[in-house]
Design a protein around this ligand. Structure first.
Ligand code: S3P
Length: 168
């Protein structure tokens, strides 16, 4: 089995994913990390040197290469589910668990960080709201289970997901 984490930047995929993987005895992997390793470049450098379109191709390629694998908690980049073909392949890997957070909370979580090229803009707070509004319907539509992480601890998020997995 795999569990696929989807959702916006700063929604907690990495921190919840690591804990979930350790609780379930699965291996945590992250599509951004796989892309960085394969390209030998950071996500920021890929965006800057090759452009977002190339990055989106690399995302699809990464998911293709994971087909048939097992035993992972797979965290995906916030834009991964925007392509229907990616969603289809992700669903073949395992259930899609969506992490969500209020825009203000997302801003608090990401504002010190410098590795998210989409938020390197004059007004990141407005940009978070804008992209989140656009993507939330997509996340909602494709998710098999949703967790609003805004007011929950990492442990509470993980417990909720495990409870849901057991109830299926
Ligand atoms: C992106 C989210 C990032 C990374 C890239 C683009 C997005 O991943 O894939 O910067 O389009 O939302 P995280 O969600 O892990 O920050």
């Amino acid at each position: 089995m795999n569990i696929v984490l989807i959702g916006f930047m700063g929604s907690g995929k990495s921190v919840v994913g690591h804990k979930l993987a350790s609780e379930l005895g699965l291996t945590y992997i992250d599509t951004d990390q796989l892309i960085e390793e394969a390209a030998g470049l950071s996500i920021s450098d890929i965006f800057a040197q090759k452009g977002e379109a190339v990055f989106r191709e690399l995302e699809t390629e990464t998911i293709k290469q994971l087909q048939g694998t097992d035993g992972h908690v797979l965290a995906t980049g916030g834009g991964m589910v925007l392509r229907q073909e990616n969603v289809k392949m992700l669903k073949d890997l395992g259930p899609l668990v969506m992490l969500w957070a209020e825009p203000e909370m997302i801003y608090q979580r990401v504002k010190q960080e410098k590795h998210r090229p989409l938020l390197e803009v004059a007004d990141p707070q407005a940009e978070i709201k804008r992209i989140l509004d656009k993507r939330t319907p997509v996340y909602n539509r494709v998710a098999d289970y949703k967790v609003d992480t805004t007011k929950l601890s990492v442990n509470e998020c993980v417990e909720g997901i495990i409870k849901w997995l057991k109830s299926r």
